[in-house]
Write a protein that binds this ligand. Structure first.
Ligand code: NAD
Ligand code: TYD
Length: 354
C-alpha cells in the first residue's frame, strides 16, 4: 500500500481519516476524490491541504472516466470509499440521490478497482444495514441485512455488490460497518452537532417521537483506527462491525449535550417522528476486537468531547449554518408537528410496554 484514494475525504469521517493517516504513516500518499456536495467542505481539510503527501481532486464517484484518470495519475493501489449521501432524513425526501451515489458510485469504483487490479478496495458501511435490532440481541456480521430506509437500503445494496466482486472476480475487498459516529467536522444536520449548535443558540432541540430510540454513539477517531487496522490486518472478503457496543437512548444523548453546555431541559421539544424510524441499532463487536482493536471512548465520553469541539470551533460551523442551511432546516422541521404532553405521555406508555 502506497497511494491511497480516499473518496468522500472532504466529508466528516473521511477528513478525520485523512488527517489520521497522514499523521500515523510517513510513506503513504493520500488523494482525496470528492464531489463537494453540500456535505463536503475543504475547511474539513484546512490543515492538510498543503501537506506534501496530499492531493485533492474534485470529482464524482459515478463518473468512470474521472475515477480512472485519478487512479492513473496518482498510481493509486488502494481505495477507501467514504463517498456517499449519508443523511436518513434527506433520503426520505430524495431517495434517488442515494441510489445514484451509494449504489452506482460504489459499482463505478469497484469496476475501476477490478480494471486496475488494485491491492485493496475498502467499503465504509454502516450498522444501519442490519435495520432495527430487537432488545436482547446484537447484530453480527453474518446476520442478513434488513435495511428499512432509502439510505440504509442503498448502503446495503453497495455492501452486497462489494461482496459480489470478491466472490466473482476475487477483488480483495473489506467492509467495515460503523455505528453512529460523532466528533469534529460533522455536518450539523446529524443529531449531535445539530442539537449542540441549536442549544448554543438557545434554539429548541427537535427530538423525534419519545426519544427512546437507541444508538451507539461512537468517536470518529476510534472508527478511523478500526478502518486502518482492517486495511492492514483484515481478511479480504470479510465484514467487520465497529462501534462501542454500548448503545444509549437518544434522550440520554440529549441530556449529556445539555449538561456539557449548562443549558436547560426546557430546550427539548418532542416532535413528530421520522418515517420508518429504526428503534434500536446494536452490534456485536467481538470480531474486530479479536483483530486487536478496542474503542477508546464510551458514547458519553464521545458526545462530551464532540460538544466541546463545537464550542471551541464556531468558526467552522457558523459558516455552514447559513441561509441554505436554514432553508433545509425549514423544509425538514418547519412542518413537523410539536407533540402535546398527552401524546408524549402516550408514547412513553407505549415504549414502557415494549
Ligand atoms: P458526509 O456526508 O459527512 O460526507 C460524505 C462526503 O462524500 C462529502 O464530502 C461529499 O461531498 C462526498 N460525496 C457525496 N457524493 C459524492 C459523489 N457522488 N462523488 C464523490 N464524492 C461524493 O458523510 P460521513 O458521515 O463522513 O460518512 C462517510 C461514510 O461513512 C459514508 O459512506 C457513510 O455511509 C459511512 N458511515 C457514516 C456514519 C456516520 O455516523 N456518519 C456511520 C457509519 C458509516
Ligand atoms: P442521525 O444523526 O440522523 O443518525 P441516524 O438516523 O443515521 O442514526 O439521528 C440519530 C438519532 O437521533 C436517530 O434516532 C434520529 C434522532 N434524531 C432526532 O431525534 N432529531 C433530529 O432532529 C435528528 C436529526 C435525529
Amino acid at each position: 500500500m502506497k497511494n491511497i484514494l480516499v473518496t468522500g475525504g472532504a466529508g466528516f469521517i473521511g477528513s478525520n481519516f485523512v488527517r489520521y493517516m497522514l499523521e500515523k504513516y510517513d510513506d503513504y500518499f493520500i488523494v482525496v476524490f470528492d464531489k463537494l456536495t453540500y456535505a463536503g467542505n475543504l475547511d474539513n481539510l484546512h490543515d492538510v491541504l498543503d501537506h506534501p503527501r496530499f492531493a485533492f481532486v474534485r470529482g464524482d464517484i459515478c463518473d468512470a472516466e474521472a475515477v480512472e484518470a485519478v487512479i492513473r495519475q496518482y498510481e493509486v493501489d488502494t481505495i477507501v470509499n467514504f463517498a456517499a449521501e449519508t443523511h436518513v432524513d434527506r433520503s426520505i425526501i430524495n431517495p434517488g440521490a442515494f441510489v445514484q451515489t451509494d449504489v452506482i458510485g460504489t459499482y463505478t469504483l469497484l469496476e475501476a478497482a477490478r480494471r486496475f487490479d488494485l491491492e485493496r478496495y475498502h467499503q465504509v458501511s454502516t450498522d444501519e444495514v442490519y435495520g432495527h435490532v430487537e432488545e436482547g440481541r446484537r447484530a453480527k456480521e453474518t446476520d442478513p441485512v434488513a435495511p428499512r430506509s432509502p439510505y440504509s437500503a442503498s448502503k446495503a445494496g453497495a455492501d452486497l455488490l462489494v461482496n459480489a466482486y470478491f466472490v466473482t472476480y476475487g477483488l480483495p475487498v473489506t467492509i467495515t460497518r460503523g455505528a453512529n459516529n460523532v466528533g469534529p467536522y460533522q455536518y450539523p444536520e446529524k443529531v449531535v452537532p445539530l442539537f449542540t449548535t441549536n442549544a448554543i443558540d438557545d434554539r429548541p432541540l427537535p427530538v423525534y417521537g419519545d426519544g427512546r430510540q437507541k444508538r451507539d454513539y461512537h468517536y470518529v477517531i476510534d472508527h478511523c483506527e478500526a478502518i486502518d487496522l482492517v486495511l492492514h490486518e483484515g481478511q479480504p472478503g470479510e465484514v467487520y462491525n465497529v462501534g462501542t457496543g454500548q448503545e444509549i437512548e437518544n434522550l440520554r444523548m440529549v441530556e449529556i449535550i445539555l449538561e456539557e453546555l449548562g443549558k436547560p431541559r426546557s430546550l427539548i421539544q418532542h416532535v413528530e417522528d421520522r418515517l420508518g424510524h429504526d428503534r434500536r441499532y446494536a452490534m456485536d463487536i467481538s470480531k474486530i476486537r479479536a483483530l486487536g482493536w478496542k474503542p477508546r471512548h464510551t458514547p458519553e465520553e464521545a458526545i462530551r468531547k464532540t460538544v466541546r469541539w463545537y464550542v471551541e470551533n464556531e468558526w467552522w460551523w457558523r459558516k455552514i449554518r447559513n441561509a441554505d442551511f436554514e432553508a433545509y432546516y425549514q423544509a425538514q422541521y418547519g412542518r413537523r408537528r410539536v407533540l402535546s404532553p398527552e401524546e408524549i405521555a402516550a408514547l412513553y406508555g407505549e415504549s414502557k410496554q415494549e
